[in-house]
Design a protein. Structure first.
Length: 243
């Protein structure tokens, strides 16, 4: 009696099912999950360093020592891979920022301050880049790319961060009741730009300062960011200031 022959998929991590059932199936699932994680880790590092247009799927495959077909098995396109890299960590970023705003609103009641609101929105987020190692710092660079990308980036920011931004604007309007609402939005725009440049870690400040400052020094950035932005936002919203 001839045995059925199984056709190979050509994907190295996909093993033929075992006759021993459940244990092997769990192992297979774990192996597939590990493969996806390896692809995402490698893609994250490459996208962070070279940008979306500087990376090909073949580069990701080469980095993990495999064939591009393996990457395409899990991700149909480079765009889908980039989305997966971004969305893998953005949920945690949203969650931590939401918690920080929740805690601040509960503690300040109807009396928020400009610096307190900016710290709740921005400063706690720096902890991920301080404590999360190079993986999170790579994500920071990718976040900066997305935040600066016309069309696509705006859609992503709208989806994940608009509710949080509007919460920040409402806090700032309570802290600065005399401020024009458009000035509050411009203030956010300027702070978001500075935040994005910081996450990009271009190394320019290192060269300009002859090593006195470091793009990777998130501890120092964290201590200075909200204080600097508070002064700028207050000046912007001061009706008595000269244009």
């Amino acid at each position: 009696m001839r045995k059925n022959r199984r056709v190979s998929s050509g994907l190295p991590e996909i093993m033929p099912p075992s006759k021993k059932t459940s244990t092997k199936r769990r192992t297979k699932a774990e192996q597939r999950a590990a493969t996806v994680e390896q692809i995402l880790d490698s893609a994250e590092e490459l996208f962070a360093g070279l940008g979306f247009f500087g990376v090909a799927v073949s580069d990701v495959a080469e980095k993990i020592g495999s064939h591009p077909a393996l990457v395409h098995y899990y991700f149909k396109s480079k765009q889908e891979l980039f989305d997966a890299v971004f969305e893998r960590r953005v949920g945690e970023a949203v969650r931590s920022r939401t918690e920080a705003l929740d805690q601040y609103e509960a503690s300040c009641g109807d009396n928020p301050t400009v610096e307190g609101a900016l710290k709740a929105y921005y400063v706690g987020a720096f902890d991920a880049f301080i404590e999360g190692g190079e993986d999170w710092r790579n994500f920071g660079r990718i976040f900066a790319q997305v935040n600066n990308a016309p069309g696509y980036g705006a859609e992503k920011m709208d989806l994940f961060f608009d509710p949080l931004v509007l919460r920040l604007i409402n806090l700032l309007s309570k802290a600065l009741p005399q401020a024009k609402r458009e000035d509050l939005f411009w203030g956010f725009h300027f702070t978001s730009g500075a935040y994005t440049l910081t996450l990009s870690r271009t190394g320019r400040i290192d060269r300009l300062s002859d090593g006195l400052c470091s793009s990777d020094d998130f501890e120092t950035i964290k201590r200075r960011f909200a204080r600097f932005m508070t002064a700028g936002l207050r000046a912007l919203c001061d009706d008595t200031a000269e244009d």
